[in-house]
Design a protein around this ligand. Structure first.
Ligand code: ZN
Length: 152
């Protein structure tokens, strides 16, 4: 088992949702005090239970191969890096990583970034990698001056 979980005592009423996959579960990781289902306990890692900027960026790198450069600016979270520079909006309108206050677990953060990638690809009809490559090409000069000095 990759994440250590324990079954909650029987007789507890409400069934909680797994922090990682949102499936109902009676199992908990006692260190973080998050519900974690036995499937996730087998396949996921303990670091995925701690929401930090670094862990979110790591999870996104693993899921998409891209640098998400999540950062906080004047108290609000933003996506950064080459991919996010192509998004319509970088702002996440979140002031905290604190789960369950935010209702955003790790997968929800990854999903937000992935969704913005998909929207950007749809809008431009190209993959994000193609768009990043395009954005790195040197721009052609749009003013041409011929030898006589006339500007076109
Ligand atoms: Zn789960």
């Amino acid at each position: 088992m990759t994440i250590k979980v324990s079954k909650e005592p029987s007789g507890l009423g409400q069934i909680e949702k797994c922090f990682l996959c949102s499936e109902p579960t009676r199992y908990w990781n006692l260190i973080t005090n998050y519900p974690v289902c036995t499937d996730c306990a087998k396949t996921r890692k303990t670091w995925e239970l701690t929401l930090t900027i670094q862990n979110i960026n790591t999870a996104i790198k693993k899921a998409t191969g891209l640098d998400s450069d999540l950062h906080k600016f004047f108290g609000i979270y933003y996506w950064g890096g080459k991919a996010a520079s192509l998004f319509d909006e970088q702002c996440i309108h979140m002031t905290s990583l604190n789960y369950p206050t935010t209702k955003w677990n790790l997968d929800r953060w990854v999903e937000d970034f992935t969704y913005r990638i998909e929207q950007t690809e749809k809008e431009h009809g190209k993959t994000i990698q193609e768009l990043i490559t395009d954005s790195e090409k040197p721009h052609k000069p749009n003013v041409v001056i011929d030898i006589s000095g006339r500007i076109f």
